[in-house]
Design a protein around this ligand. Structure first.
Ligand SMILES: [Zn+2]
Length: 268
């Protein structure tokens, strides 16, 4: 998760014991955060997590705690069939696996049968071509023909739905995008794997499976500087604690700092 940064350094960012610490199998706490947006009766989901199709062995590797996006929506009384659009930042399994779920006969079925699925064209094409540094991350069971039928491909920055913009943030993948939502209390940006947790708010904090680490570093700087200039509230995709922050200049370190914020977001 921290690329070139030596373990002895990043271990200091996970002090002590408990849910915030590194476990005996060298695993760190991470979540797959999603946003549920509602405007004029329309529901939009940003990011859908791993889903529920992993084998027992894979679930053990990740120690996946919940039943995926479908169960999470159900738990708050939301029917996935009522969602009209899904925006995914990129198509790695831990972000887009939840586009499908395990159907009654065990095969993958659409989680959001009535939603269009919005992603960058580059990301879609790279996913189908399996252009990744990890062999098993663009999984066929969430990229099949039923998903292809519902995909809307976007090129570059664009307003994809009223008040919802996608902003390219390349580096982790070539086609990765952030999602910026206009709210009554200012813009909220769902941040993809350009800065997955608050501990990645450093120029060199790339991940070892970024396709272009240097590009990722530039994208992170551009995202943080735009967030500061335009007053974005950030929601981090893998932050295990409270994932909502605003950006401040860190004069001491000469970079950016994150300050927890409670603006606009409800945790469910
Ligand atoms: Zn990820």
């Amino acid at each position: 998760m921290f690329g070139l940064i030596p373990r002895v350094v990043w271990m200091k960012w996970f002090p002590g014991e408990g849910p915030d610490a590194i476990d005996a199998q060298n695993r760190m706490p991470l979540e797959q955060n999603s946003l549920l947006l509602e405007r004029e009766g329309k529901l939009v989901v940003v990011e859908v997590g791993i889903g529920d199709k992993m084998s027992a062995k894979e679930r053990g590797m990740y120690e996946q705690a919940d039943g995926g996006i479908h169960a999470a929506l159900g738990a708050i009384g939301c029917d996935a069939r009522d969602v009209s659009a899904v925006v995914v930042t990129h198509l790695h399994f831990d972000h887009a696996g939840g586009l499908t779920r395990r159907g009654a006969d065990g095969s993958a079925v659409l989680t959001f049968p009535n939603a269009e699925i919005i992603t960058q064209r580059t990301e879609w094409e790279d996913a189908l071509a399996n252009k990744s540094t990890m062999h098993k991350t663009y999984l066929r069971d969430h990229l099949g023909p039923q998903v292809a039928e519902r995909v809307r491909l976007v090129e570059g920055e664009a307003e994809v739905l009223p008040g919802i913009r996608v902003v390219p943030m390349a580096g982790h993948t070539w086609g990765q995008q952030g999602v910026v939502i206009q709210t009554g209390t200012g813009p909220v940006c769902f941040v993809p794997d350009v800065m997955p947790t608050k501990r990645h708010c450093r120029p060199t904090c790339n991940m070892s499976y970024d396709v272009e680490p240097y590009t990722s570093m530039l994208s992170r700087e551009a995202m943080l500087s735009r967030a500061h200039a335009e007053g974005w509230t950030l929601v981090l995709d893998h932050e295990p604690g409270w994932p909502v922050f605003r950006v401040e200049r860190d004069e001491e370190r000469g970079g950016w700092g994150l300050v927890e914020s409670d603006t606009a977001i409800k945790r469910k």
